[in-house]
Design a binder for this molecule. Structure first.
Ligand code: S3P
Length: 178
């Protein structure tokens, strides 16, 4: 297992995966269990920009959001002992994935398109990429985007099946003496 002996950034954990795969949900739980700090990259961007992710997309466009995302991600070079829930697109733009892999450990939370769709139905408005997709087209949209993005997600240091996750999963991965 590559990550267990990897340094520096042994305690820099980057959670990647599609929108609605549970990065924030599990990140918060694992932070409680492990004592690591929890951050959400979208929230960091929102507080720096003083506006929501949806408003950034609407007002300035996705390209501008991706620049802010890249810049905010690099801020984590200054931190240690954290879990960062990245945005669904974070590893797929610029050299973010390579950067995260060099700074710490990247975990892909892998979920089936059906699971993602059921999570996302409730939370469409917060997510500009799917806010205009009709209910009937959501699953197909997710399936297609997931196929595009999996080539990035699959380069993570470890792939975790979301259906198998529990509160102790990260503790187990980090192992003793971290
Ligand atoms: C995006 C995912 C969102 C957010 C933005 C773009 C994406 O984050 O960064 O809406 O490109 O998949 P979540 O995965 O936290 O929803």
């Amino acid at each position: 297992m590559e990550g267990t002996t990897k340094r520096p950034g042994r305690n820099r954990i980057f959670l990647v995966g599609f929108m609605g795969s549970g990065k924030t949900h599990w990140g918060k739980i694992w932070a409680e269990v492990t004592g690591l700090d929890f951050y959400d990259l979208d929230e960091e961007i929102e507080s720096k920009a003083g506006m929501s992710v949806s408003a950034i997309f609407e007002t300035h466009g996705e390209g501008n959001f991706r620049e802010l995302e890249k810049t905010e991600l690099r801020e984590f070079e200054k931190k240690e002992n954290f879990i960062l829930a990245c945005g669904g697109g974070t590893p797929c733009f610029s050299d973010n994935l390579a950067w995260m892999k060099s700074a710490g450990r990247v975990l892909y939370l892998k979920a089936a398109a059906e699971t993602i769709a059921s999570h996302l139905k409730e939370e469409r408005q917060k997510r500009p990429l799917i806010s205009q997709v009709p209910d009937g087209g959501l699953l197909a949209f997710i399936g297609e985007k997931l196929r595009e993005r999996e080539s990035y997600y699959n380069q993570a240091d470890q792939i975790l099946e979301v259906s198998q996750l529990g509160p102790g999963s990260l503790d187990h991965i980090l192992g003793p003496g971290r």
